[in-house]
Structures are given as C-alpha cells and as structure tokens.
Design a protein around this ligand. Structure first.
Ligand SMILES: [Mg+2]
Length: 192
C-alpha cells in the first residue's frame, strides 16, 4: 500500500479564527510572525496551541503517514509556523495564488483541484476547516475508487482537537492493516 499523506491546513486548524466577539481559545498563545514578502515591522499576529506540536509529532511518529503542509502559508508554514510548535521541517504543497474572492469559487475548496492532481492515486487524510459537501463527495468517490480519503474538518473558531488526531490515527492504523487502500469499516470519510 502506498503511504497515505497527511495534508495539514493552518488557518482555521492550527490558527483558529477569532470568535464573533474577537476572542480566540484560551489554549492558544499569541506569536508575531513576518511572512515572506512583508517588512520586518509589518508582522502578523497568530495564535497557536503549544500542545499541537506534541500531538502532531505523536501522529508523525507512527510512521504510517507522510505529513505535508497544505495551506496558503506555503513555505512560511515550514519556516514560521512549524518551528513555533516544535515541528520538524515538513514539505509543503506549493499551492497557486488564484485571484479569488471566496474559498469556494466553484462550490468546493479552491485547493482541491490542485491537491487532486498532486495526490495522484495516493491515499490521504486531509485536515482543513473549509470543505463543502462537494469536497466530501469527492473524498467518498476517491475512496470508492480505491484511494482511501479521509477529510477531517475542525470548527474554524476552535481549531484542531485531540479527537481529530485520534480519528486520523485510528483510520491510518486500520488502513495499514487492510493494506488494500480501502479500510473496510473506515471511521468515516466525512468527518465532522
Ligand atoms: Mg483553513
């Protein structure tokens, strides 16, 4: 079996969006970072949960997944965000920079066509806060064709939770046991 990828988003997953009253989860700590292309005095405030680094590394250490950033932070994910969580340097999907005003210009996540091509026939877990029903249908259809695909969709104002990574670990463990690309009674193609 091909090793599944673990595609990781950042905004709405590792960096929760502020609540309606502007607050972020108390679990998260503010950092000021300077993404590529910005002046040193033009930093961006981000909120990260220090526990996420340890939790993600626990998943990485199973050796059952190939983690990769899939985020509009692109290279900055590896150089700015990952190190703040103590994560090793991970590769990243070099997403394009489309001129769009919505993240679902065709009714589904703008990253998806690129990810679909990039994945080829590899199985994958994809954690992103911004899937639509069409993305979940895409994942189900991929799974039906033998390319096991699990979408995990955190609440963007809460972000990644322990149970999301537990779900990923159970899913990939089952997949590795079956080894056919379709994990039988999978713990859900369409995660909440
Ligand atoms: Mg996002």
């Amino acid at each position: 079996m091909r090793q599944p990828y673990l595609l990781l988003d950042i905004d709405g997953v590792l960096i929760p969006f502020p609540d309606d009253d502007g607050t972020t989860p108390a679990t998260h700590v503010r950092h000021d970072v300077v993404p590529i292309g910005r002046r040193a005095d033009d930093s961006v405030a981000v909120w990260l949960n220090p526990d996420h680094g340890r939790l993600l590394i626990d998943v990485f250490r199973t050796g059952l997944l190939s983690p990769i950033w899939c985020t509009s932070w692109r290279w900055d994910a590896t150089t700015l965000i990952g190190p703040l969580l103590g994560l090793p340097v991970l590769p990243y999907v070099d997403l394009p920079r489309p001129q769009i005003t919505t993240s679902h210009p065709n009714g589904y996540l703008w990253k998806r066509d690129y990810v679909d091509t990039w994945l080829g026939d590899a199985p994958a877990i994809w954690i992103d806060d911004d899937f639509t029903g069409l993305d979940h249908a895409w994942a189900a259809e991929r799974t039906d064709r033998g390319m096991a695909t699990l979408l995990i969709q955190p609440d963007p104002q809460v972000g990644l939770q322990v149970e999301h990574l537990a779900q990923a670990a159970v899913w990939v463990d089952r997949l590795s046991r079956v080894g056919t690309g379709t994990p039988g009674a999978a713990p859900g193609v369409e995660a909440a």
